[in-house]
Design a protein around this ligand. Structure first.
Ligand SMILES: [Zn+2]
Length: 273
């Protein structure tokens, strides 16, 4: 009986220790480096950042997003990206602003919004902007099953393909939230996860001025940065006004704006399409 008790306590201690190890693991930052040569033979390093963005754990799964968030380069190149659109009011305003500044950007669209505003998607695509996937309903992937995650991503790509004729290869998880399941689905679909290195809470409507958003982004930007802003999902007047500060400031500093496929030297759409 005594031995039995000892055996059980030993087993309980072992379980506690392995759980603590799993939790401690969440704070480990891993970096995979992918070296590529760009067209000028300058070596750039794409960082695949495994930094956990969500502290939540489901069934002891460590929630993390594996994706590109910047490139290591001395060249003054940056990529402007937008999430949560298309929206009737703001995406068109941003398009006009980009056109006036001769800038091409990457738009991570929500499938159900794509369905509502196909003409905006067509206009952006025809103007040389890159159309990318941000799920169908803007779902938090860490809350979904593997089948539900696949459905969210595939449905968004189908809506986009219906309009522009090609299927996006670039994907951004809503809320920067991933799970082991979502990472597997994205890998099986052969998509690239694109995170960001310069984002402030431009999506928050209360207490955010254009100046505050612009200042926050400009403080974070360095060569190779991926800037994340929002053209949909709510009132985005401050984001549009902030862009009117950010774009001329960065241009004056000598920055060149490129799309995500140009920054990372990857394809935007599936070749088989
Ligand atoms: Zn989003």
């Amino acid at each position: 009986m005594k031995y039995m008790f000892l055996l059980i306590s030993f087993f309980v201690t072992f379980l506690k220790l392995s759980n603590a190890y799993a939790l401690a693991n969440c704070n480990i930052y891993n970096f995979d480096h992918v070296i590529k040569n760009d067209e000028n033979n300058t070596q750039i390093t794409k960082i695949i950042d495994n930094k956990p963005l969500d502290k939540k754990h489901i069934n002891n799964e460590v929630i993390l997003c594996k994706g590109y968030n910047h490139v290591n380069t001395n060249k003054k190149i940056i990529s402007l990206t937008f999430d949560d659109g298309p929206s009737k009011q703001y995406t068109e305003q941003i398009l006009l602003l980009l056109r006036n500044n001769n800038i091409k950007s990457t738009f991570f669209f929500v499938g159900k919004n794509v369905k509502d505003y196909p003409e905006i998607v067509t206009m952006l695509y025809k103007n040389g902007h890159v159309i990318a996937n941000h799920t169908h309903n803007h779902s938090r992937l860490s809350d979904l099953s593997e089948d539900e995650i696949k459905n969210q991503i595939v449905k968004c790509n189908l809506e986009i393909k219906k309009i522009i004729g090609v299927s996006p290869l670039l994907f951004r998880p809503p809320y920067g939230s991933c799970s082991i399941n979502s990472i597997n689905v994205v890998r099986n679909l052969n998509l690239h996860t694109i995170m960001w290195s310069a984002m402030v809470d431009d999506y928050r409507i209360q207490g955010n001025s254009a100046e505050k958003i612009a200042h926050g982004i400009l403080n974070l930007v360095k060569p190779g940065s991926i800037i994340g802003m929002h053209d949909g999902g709510g009132k985005r007047d401050n984001t549009v006004a902030a862009l009117k500060i950010i774009i001329p400031t960065l241009k004056n500093q000598g920055y060149k704006f490129v799309t995500i496929p140009e920054l990372l030297n990857i394809s935007a759409y599936q070749i088989s399409d």
